[in-house]
Design a protein around this ligand. Structure first.
Ligand code: MN
Ligand code: MN
Length: 296
């Protein structure tokens, strides 16, 4: 089962102006092959389908708990795309072409299919697909895939960071570079425990150094590169058997926190009359408010 909190992983302030083409590029980090929808669904199905959960508890706990974190990353990247769509069009009668600013942008679906909000697709507008899920049922193979998936996801994040300097996009990417780094390390450690192989010595990837990314600094200073959460008050505590020792990047101690991070408020999106969204006029809302107060 899942429990939901009306919070977001980090605080994203509403910018004065978004950037439509940055929003289109950030879609890759949401619904691309290596986006958050892929990490979420890979770990979700792997956890549902995991064989011998009792015997292999720490590995199951790891995949299951990271699933919950990835759900929050889908939420964070979606909200980033929505904020990158701030103040790009203007209200007005249809004949003044109020959505004209969307016409020559990278993703016209952001103006037509949604009301300037995220789509479950990639930076080219292609829908996310279940073909992006790998779940062989072989523990070592699935862990190795997850290590590869997180490494690919990190590469895409670094590239999108290099494409846009919009502070909203960079804030999100700075945070996710740090959190993604913990997942790469977690899967490397899981493979090491499962096989005896030191993955970080076997492969020249990944480079987990975030020092060149200014927006990652604050999150590393908070120690978020050393922490895994259980995302549950009661369960998934056996991740401790994998997430232990020190972080090879900085020599600091790895820590498990039972539960979730505190979280931050979800941004409140303005109405967009030119998109008929949410399509509730002042008079209409007064009628709704009355009905909400009544005992029907
Ligand atoms: Mn993620
Ligand atoms: Mn991840």
């Amino acid at each position: 089962m899942f429990k939901r909190m009306d919070k977001m992983a980090i605080e994203l302030t509403v910018p004065e102006y978004g950037d439509a083409n940055a929003a289109a590029a950030v879609q890759e980090l949401l619904g691309g092959k290596f986006g958050e929808m892929s990490t979420l669904n890979n770990y979700m199905f792997q956890s549902f389908n995991f064989r011998q959960k009792k015997k292999l508890r720490p590995f199951y706990d790891l995949v299951a708990s990271i699933t919950a974190e990835e759900f929050g990353h889908v939420e964070l990247v979606s909200n980033t795309i929505n904020l990158l769509s701030t103040n790009l069009t203007f209200p007005g009668d249809p004949d003044i072409t109020p959505l004209q600013n969307g016409l020559n942008k990278r993703n016209t679906q952001h103006y037509i299919a949604t009301a300037q909000a995220s789509i479950p697709g990639d930076s080219m507008g292609q829908p996310w697909t279940g073909n992006n899920v790998f779940n062989s049922g072989n523990l070592v193979l699935d862990l190795l895939h997850n290590f590869f998936l997180e490494t690919g996801a990190r590469t895409h994040k670094m590239r999108v960071y290099e494409m846009t300097d919009h502070p909203t996009a960079r804030e999100m990417i700075g945070y996710l570079l740090v959190r993604g780094g913990t997942h790469i390390l977690a899967y490397a450690k899981a493979i090491e425990i499962a096989t005896g192989t030191d993955v970080t010595k076997m492969l020249p990837i990944p480079n987990l150094d975030n020092s060149k990314f200014d927006y990652a600094k604050k999150y590393e200073e908070q120690g978020l590169n050393n922490i895994l959460y259980t995302w549950s008050e009661t369960d998934y505590k056996d991740i401790r058997k994998i997430w232990k020792g020190t972080n090879p990047e900085n020599g600091q101690e790895l820590k498990v926190i039972e539960g979730t991070p505190k979280g931050a408020p979800i941004p409140n999106l303005d109405d967009l009359p030119e998109e008929f969204a949410p399509g509730i006029t002042k008079d209409h809302y007064e009628a709704i408010a009355k009905r909400l107060m009544q005992n029907l």
